[in-house]
Design a protein around this ligand. Sequence first.
Ligand code: FES
Ligand SMILES: [Fe+2]
Length: 421
Amino acid sequence: MLSREDNEIVTRVGPGTPMGRTMRMYWVPAILSSEIAEPDCAPVRVRLLGEDLVAFRDTEGKIGLLDEFCPHRRVSLFFGRNEECGLRCIYHGWKFDTKGQCLEMMNEPAEYDFSHKVQVAAYPTIELGGIVWAYMGPPSQMPAPPKFAWTQAAETHRHVTKVIQECNWLQALEGGIDTSHAPILHRLISETSTRGGFKPSSPFVRGKAPKLEIDVTDYGYQYAGVRPLGEDEIHARSYHFILPFHQIRPSKTPGGVSVDAGHIWVPMDDETCMVYNWNFSHTAPLADEDRLERHLGNGPLHVDPVTFRSKANRSNNYFLDREVQRTESYSGIDGINAQDRALQESMGPIVDRSKEHLGPADRAIIQARRLLRDAVRAVAAGEKPPGTGTSYYGLRAGEAVLPRDADWRQELPAAAELTTV
Ligand code: FES
Ligand SMILES: [Fe+2]
């Protein structure tokens, strides 16, 4: 559990809040690159860390991420025209470049034009791994670019999607780094079911309840859930938590290809987050079928490609089918991540952690909260928080059935070979 005061500190991310200041020390995913795919494309609204922004790609391909509201009379620049190297407000025709500098004022005679004195707030961006990342902190403290192993993979081998979730970012993150729920919530009870989930025969389900082993690192931690499997074996599945909101975990495509995978839980504001879902293959390119993410419920069949809202949502009880729940799957909800969203959103917009009863199976969650509070303290003391270096660049996670006495740290992949972009 957390005190109400600590719960406020770790969940609230608006400008000036302790966690808001901390999160602004990292590169933060703002939008998918595909949302502003072409030069001079339509601008898009971006809600990020409680701020309203607008993103556009100019004629030269440069990305602008500006305060949404025009500094003249505060209308939304979302309605603007993305013209030659600048976004023009359609109310009185003020035009801004990607750095936020005002270039022209259509409603003022040339002799009164004061455009050189006007700026709209603009954040620096970097494009990596199919995502536009923003840095919203003090310019002098900008960290190294977010070059994860997956952001450096070829597009043919990598897939990234995004889904908006109706709850605070931290309870979504905690659901993702909570290994003990996975073979329970995501369990199939029918071996022949073709739905997403873990079949009764899988070692993940056959294993007993896990013991969690956590190694704190300079980026966050790596940890594994170690499950006894019969007399002689264990099932071990490792994960990384990279501050402030990244996870790396092992996975498989529906076709059975092992991939590295993970999520990023990015706050839009205190009660809404964007969940980015990524995976990449070290071997074969991903197939079109893999990109549908049917088993997860994150792809174009399940999520509106314009609003990024899940079709299965609270208003329709996530299409929960009680007959499926009786005969096929624990949840009766289709899609592993749709199941996650259903339960994480069911906790309310911001869960009251003073009412929890945590056990040893929640150690990874407890550790993540501790590290986040340490990061908040570091930033308040004027220090750099963990995870702003480069030590996470090559991380991998893994999963295997191992002899009972094996050490998962030795046996599971821990690092990727990197090709620099
Ligand atoms: S409000 Fe934007 S130009 Fe006037
Ligand atoms: Fe889950």
